[in-house]
Design a protein. Structure first.
Length: 141
């Protein structure tokens, strides 16, 4: 295949989302600083850089947005509906993680960070398809 074929071939972007929780089943959400979904609550996460493995991207994004060094505990799932992000087709690898909530501080693309319970989050409109992801996580615990 020639390079002109590859330029015309559309490919989804790869992202990571991180569900950072504690032993009380509380978890962190960030309020988005930028569009899309500016001022909506979301899981920390973002785009995987070229040449970066998804685990490293999850650790980096968690640190950039929450200031927390997390420990990934499980690859939870893959979310790939073509309309999950208004910027274009993204595929998200979702990780479960643990971290010290005392270290939390909103940074990078996060304008605020908050500890949520499932009940609180279920009554909040989350960004992207994060309501669906949250329901899946809840059902798995």
């Amino acid at each position: 295949m020639g390079s002109e074929y590859m330029e015309e071939y559309k490919k989804p972007s790869l992202t990571v989302d991180i569900f950072i929780c504690n032993d009380k089943k509380e978890f962190l959400l960030i309020k988005r600083k930028n569009d899309p979904f500016k001022d909506y609550w979301a899981f920390p996460g973002g785009f995987v850089d070229y040449g970066e493995c998804v685990e490293d991207a999850a650790l980096r994004e968690a640190k950039e947005e929450t200031s927390i060094d997390v420990e990934l505990s499980k690859l939870f799932g893959v979310y790939s509906k073509a309309n999950r992000d208004p910027r274009g087709h993204t595929v998200s690898i979702v990780f479960l993680a643990k971290g010290n909530f005392a270290d939390r501080k909103a940074d990078d693309d996060a304008k605020e960070i908050k500890i949520f319970t499932f009940d609180e989050a279920f009554n909040t409109d989350l960004a992207f398809d994060h309501n669906d992801i949250l329901k899946d996580i809840y059902m798995s615990l």
